[in-house]
Design a protein around this ligand. Structure first.
Ligand SMILES: [Zn+2]
Length: 196
């Protein structure tokens, strides 16, 4: 016999760009919507790629969302009826997002977040290591390496067609930038310091 269990946990969907993280987040949101669960979807203000009031996958799937500046604003939007909190592009939030996710999960909310686990240099992205450690469930998605076809786990940044430097800033004014999925062996980072 099953006993009634307490809801509330943290799920992380991570991986490189073009791995379908937002697609998977939207799929989970839709499944829970069919079950009539009370869901609020968030994304950080920094992301204006496609839409201001929706999260949109590369394949065009979309769901409405609230755009917030800071992690703590999420707590103000959540109410007593909220059962699920979904967050896209979670890697762009300030470090308070970790405590926010933990607080909500402790309160019985199913928290589902999607985000890049590594930056273009292949280094851990901001608060992602902490979220991945604290999560009950982790889904690590891969893309396909544009060079060799292997499972891609990294995001290659190209500036004016050439691999970006380890020292390049995140925003380069006036440069033509392009990102593509690469495997460990095909991922190129110019000027990356050698440890050994
Ligand atoms: Zn490759």
């Amino acid at each position: 016999m099953y006993h009634q269990y307490r809801a509330g946990w943290l799920e992380v969907i991570s991986g490189c760009m073009f791995a379908g993280k937002t697609e998977e987040l939207i799929r989970r949101i839709n499944v829970l919507s069919y079950a009539k669960m009370n869901i609020i979807v968030f994304k950080p203000k920094i992301d204006n790629r496609y839409s201001d009031t929706e999260i949109v996958s590369h394949s065009g799937a979309k769901v409405p969302c609230l755009v917030v500046d800071r992690a703590q604003e999420i707590l103000k939007k959540v109410n007593i009826d909220t059962e699920v909190v979904a967050i896209d592009e979670v890697q762009f939030f300030d470090k308070d997002i970790v405590d926010v996710c933990e607080y909500l999960a402790d309160k019985g909310i199913r928290v589902i977040v999607a985000g890049l686990d590594k930056d273009f240099r292949g280094e851990p992205f901001g608060i992602m290591p902490e979220l991945l450690t604290r999560a009950e469930f982790i889904t690590k998605l891969t893309a396909v390496c544009t060079k060799c076809g292997a499972p891609a786990t990294r995001t290659q940044r190209l500036v004016n067609g050439k691999p970006a430097s380890f020292n390049d800033s995140i925003v380069l004014v006036g440069a033509v930038e392009h990102y593509e999925p690469r495997c460990r062996h095909c991922h190129e980072v110019v000027d990356k310091p050698n440890k050994f």
